[in-house]
Design a protein around this ligand. Structure first.
Ligand SMILES: C[S@@+](CC[C@H](N)C(=O)[O-])C[C@H]1O[C@@H](n2cnc3c(N)ncnc32)[C@H](O)[C@@H]1O
Length: 203
């Protein structure tokens, strides 16, 4: 990964964050409660959005520089935050630990999204909520093709990010129950509120 990526990430995201993203993040994160795991917390932009119904946030990211950058948001937040260097595909937590798992703009980058979802299920308590905000492959065939063409170069420049990830398909294949789905910017961005119900899903 380019060492410069964490430095420029917030700068390039600022125009989007100032407008619609701020509301999208805040509406999604308002649903978090109890013990929360945030995957790929990056520079910590979600941390000020957690409300008092959250007991504690455990924020993981494999990138040391990103974790360091999140210190300022840890101080601004209302809830206790623990930062841990870790990857979504190998979560250093016991089974059935978390009430909510949050991932925003992360599934585009994780090397093995299916393994990451299995890990999320393992560490989630039955009934846990999984809250995602992601950019994905669009339905429009022309623009989907453009995303495919751009992805190899985009991945090199943007820290492994795939423009063409079918994250919603991974969620459905993993048998998570989708409670609410919304799309933004003509389907480039989505939010998904899912529930992990191991007993229901086995039937
Ligand atoms: C595009 S940034 C998003 C950061 C933040 N969540 C946000 O909403 O702005 C993607 C983040 O995912 C992290 N990441 C990459 N691979 C990961 C993995 N395998 N497990 C967890 N996080 C990962 C990166 O280090 C980076 O901080």
């Amino acid at each position: 990964m380019g060492k410069w990526f964490p430095t420029v990430y917030d700068f390039f995201m600022k125009p989007l964050e100032k407008h619609r993203f701020k509301d999208i993040r805040s509406n999604l994160i308002a649903k978090a409660k109890g013990r929360v795991l945030e995957i790929g917390s990056g520079s910590g932009i979600n941390l000020p959005h957690y409300q008092h119904c959250v007991e504690q946030v455990t924020a993981i990211d494999p990138n040391e520089q990103m974790l360091q950058r999140s210190a300022k948001f840890v101080r601004q937040g209302k809830v206790q935050v623990q930062l841990i260097k870790a990857e979504a595909e190998k979560l250093p937590f016991a089974d059935n630990t978390f009430d909510t798992v949050v991932a925003t703009l992360v599934f585009c980058t994780v090397a093995d999204p299916q393994k990451a979802i299995l890990e999320i299920k393992r560490v989630s308590k039955p009934g846990a909520r999984i809250l995602l905000f992601e950019h994905v492959k669009v339905h429009h065939p022309f623009w989907a093709k453009i995303q495919d063409i751009l992805t190899p170069a985009w991945k090199k420049v943007c820290d492994g990010c795939h423009l063409n990830r079918n994250t919603l398909d991974y969620i459905k294949q993993a048998d998570l129950s989708v409670l609410e789905f919304k799309n933004y910017y003509k389907g480039i961005f989505i939010t998904v509120d899912c529930s992990y119900q191991p007993e229901v899903n086995k039937k």
